[in-house]
Design a protein. Structure first.
Length: 395
């Protein structure tokens, strides 16, 4: 259902840079909500308005590329992804979405080159494996089509076949009594509108389909069959890639068959790992910003469906930051909230609680902006945590 957002869409663009930033943040927040609810048309309009305030924002361009792809506006989505890469060539999500759109457009050779560029961004290469499989399959189909087209161009020599010898004259055969009876029976049935005779000679509906004994035997297999309660097996084994990090808790197999699914709540693991990773201190020229974890809410779930493991991240992280100069004088503090957006990224909200006059510009440009150093630093650590969790489940 489309929601009216005319209060933002019809608003006149503010003149002050700080007000433009606030307007862009509000449009982005609304657009993320529309994306989650499936209202792609409104999300596309809101991201467009946000880009009018921040035309060189790689994250906004990449997000609009995803929305336009879902709207089948592939040419426009491809341009957004390409522009996002031009602004920030290290932004791995823009590269990933660029490859996705090229595959949808069946431009497999271009997609193969773009997939190679993704590896230079330092992003998680495992997410590209399904796309690389699609690319290789598409290239193979193109090769086979070319071979068939080339083969069809070859002129084949035309040879005239000799006339077959005349068939010997055969005296007409008198139809057997059984054949005559069948013919009469068919003729009688031709006047049965909406009905037909089945294999057993019974009159039935024209749309009725008789099932063979083999088909009937297969019907019970489509329903779940309960197994014994003690028939459990490990769902997945932890990866041995790291010994320093804690392994995520693993679920056990369900006592029902593989057509069902099960989930395991791993939120406590995420809270323990965040407490180990933070606090951190990030440099800002001659200043420094200390970041502490304040709270973790939501859920981190490992889900198994038909034998396949998936990770569902619905976590919200709240961090408290404190900015100090090189003499340890406090210039300001506030909070940053990272809420998983359901598309592999985060919606980030910021709040400045206190700021000194000589720290306001630093806070605005290096903390509160979408692509700020502090937000990227926290985002990278959260991405590493989720990758560590996936690796421990062998996803």
């Amino acid at each position: 259902m489309t929601t009216d957002h005319n209060d933002l869409l019809d608003m006149q663009m503010p003149m002050e840079e700080e007000e433009q930033d606030k307007y862009a943040d509000l449009c982005k927040e609304r657009a993320t909500g529309c994306f989650k609810s499936g209202d792609m048309a409104s999300a596309e309009k809101l991201y467009t308005r946000a880009l009018e305030a921040r035309p060189k924002n790689a994250i906004l361009l990449s997000n609009r590329a995803l929305v336009r792809t879902n709207l089948d506006l592939l040419d426009a989505g491809l341009k957004d992804a390409k522009d996002s890469i031009a602004i920030d060539s290290s932004y791995s999500k823009a590269h990933y979405r660029y490859v996705q759109i090229l595959i949808k457009m069946k431009k497999f050779t271009d997609a193969q080159e773009a997939a190679s560029s993704f590896k230079t961004t330092g992003g998680d290469v495992s997410v590209m494996k399904p796309l690389e499989a699609e690319i290789n399959s598409g290239l193979e189909r193109e090769r086979e089509d070319r071979l068939r087209a080339e083969k069809a161009k070859i002129d084949k020599p035309i040879t005239r076949k000799a006339d077959p010898p005349p068939k010997p004259a055969v005296s007409p055969r008198k139809p057997s009594p059984d054949a005559e009876a069948t013919k009469n029976k068919t003729k009688d049935n031709s006047n049965m509108k909406g009905y037909k005779m089945n294999a057993a000679g019974q009159k039935t509906s024209y749309f009725h389909t008789d099932l063979s004994e083999e088909a009937k035997a297969m019907l019970p297999c489509s329903r779940p069959q309960k197994l014994s309660s003690n028939a459990t097996a490990p769902l997945a084994q932890p990866s041995s890639t790291t010994t320093a990090a804690k392994q995520a808790p693993l679920a056990t197999a369900s006592s029902w068959n593989e057509n069902t699914f099960e989930t395991k709540d791993c939120t406590s693991w995420a809270k323990e790992r965040i407490a180990e990773v933070f606090p951190i201190t990030l440099p800002l020229d001659t200043n420094k910003c200390q970041i502490k974890s304040e709270s973790v809410s939501g859920d981190l779930t490992a889900c198994v469906t038909r034998g396949q493991m998936r990770v569902i991240n619905d976590l919200t992280f709240k961090f408290k930051w404190e900015l100090m100069n090189d003499h340890s004088k406090k210039l300001g503090d506030g909070t940053l909230t990272f809420e998983a957006d359901g598309a592999g990224g985060y919606t980030i909200d910021h709040e400045t609680k206190e700021s000194q006059p000589d720290g306001q510009a630093i806070i605005r440009n290096n903390i509160n902006k979408d692509d700020s150093v502090i937000k990227r630093g926290i985002n990278n650590r959260l991405d590493e945590l989720i990758r560590e969790f996936q690796a421990s489940l062998n996803v």
